[in-house]
Design a protein around this ligand. Structure first.
Ligand code: BV8
Length: 234
């Protein structure tokens, strides 16, 4: 196995599927039950905050007692045992990477267990339902609290830091993502252009699959631990 110095990992909803969290575009996925325009844009929140808040309240309740699976645990083991740097960039808003022990983590689409006040910009940990009449503890105003997640049409978080990571990585792993949502879907091309070895670990080929030098298709709880064992010389 080549010795790498800097590993960039992109994860998506497929990594959390075996922890019981729905993916978005698989059969029966979230976008087969809800329209993005109704629940995952700032315009939807302005037009009908109750529907948007209920959508995230339902998903937040689901993550409260969800456990990481062997895929998350293998990535935490990789970060702990790899001699170079490992940066995990997740599209997921669930806390499963942290619960597995990953530390060097970028939640580019935000976190469902945090709330953001649209009036004063305060962010805080938030594990209960958000309703339109909740008052912000910082500014005292109501009606402005939303889940701290990045909606369609909003700029993902920490894009400058992500660009640096993609620029210097020599191994790029894409795990559990269909490669539909930008800018995340463009990361494989950027890693490839920077000279990285690109690997897809996914149930099936993603939209970006021709950008990967290597692909292992299967369940994350199986293919990710196997690949991490190979990287750690197991
Ligand atoms: C931006 C947080 C610009 C919320 C999410 C038209 C109008 C507006 C925007 C656009 C437009 N056209 C294009 C865009 C850009 C848009 C976009 O990409 N749209 C797509 C639909 C075409 N992107 C944006 O709007 C982004 N912002 O562009 O801002 C800007 C510029 C300057 C200034 C200001 C703004 C923001 C996008 C972020 C949206 N938020 N999530 C929430 O979670 O509710 S995106 C959402 O999709 C989730 O984060 C999800 O993770 C992400 C990506 O989906 P995947 O993770 O890939 O999940 P999916 O179900 O698709 O696939 C699962 C995969 O796993 C499958 O391949 C499956 O085979 C595999 N799998 C399943 N089970 C397993 C498995 N693999 C392994 N093991 C298993 N067991």
């Amino acid at each position: 196995m080549t010795t790498y110095e800097s590993i960039a990992i992109l994860t998506g909803a497929g990594l959390s599927a075996e922890s019981g969290l729905s993916t978005f575009r698989d059969k029966g996925g979230i976008w087969s039950k809800y329209r993005i325009e109704d629940v995952a844009t700032p315009e939807a929140f302005a037009r009908d905050p109750r529907t948007v808040l209920d959508f995230y309240n339902m998903r937040r309740r689901r993550v409260l007692d969800t456990r990481p699976n062997a895929g998350h645990e293998a990535l935490a083991r990789l970060e702990a045992g790899f001699p170079g740097t490992v940066t995990t960039i997740t599209q997921n808003v669930d806390p499963l990477h942290e619960r597995a022990g990953t530390r060097n983590l970028i939640h580019m689409h935000g976190e469902i267990l945090k709330a953001l006040c649209m009036h004063c910009g305060t962010r805080r940990r938030w594990e209960v339902d958000i309703t339109v009449d909740v008052t912000c503890g910082a500014c005292g105003r109501t009606g402005g609290l939303r889940p701290d997640v990045v909606w369609f049409g909003e700029m993902p978080y920490e894009m400058d830091r992500i660009s640096e990571v993609l620029e210097i990585c020599d191994l790029f792993l894409s795990i559990g993502t269909s490669g539909n949502v930008y800018p995340a879907a463009g990361f494989a091309a950027r890693a490839l252009a920077a000279g990285a070895h690109t690997v897809e670990l996914n149930l099936e080929p993603s939209k970006q699959n021709d950008l990967f030098a290597e692909a292992v298709h299967g369940k994350a709880s199986e293919v990710v631990p196997d690949y991490v064992d190979r990287l750690l010389g197991g």
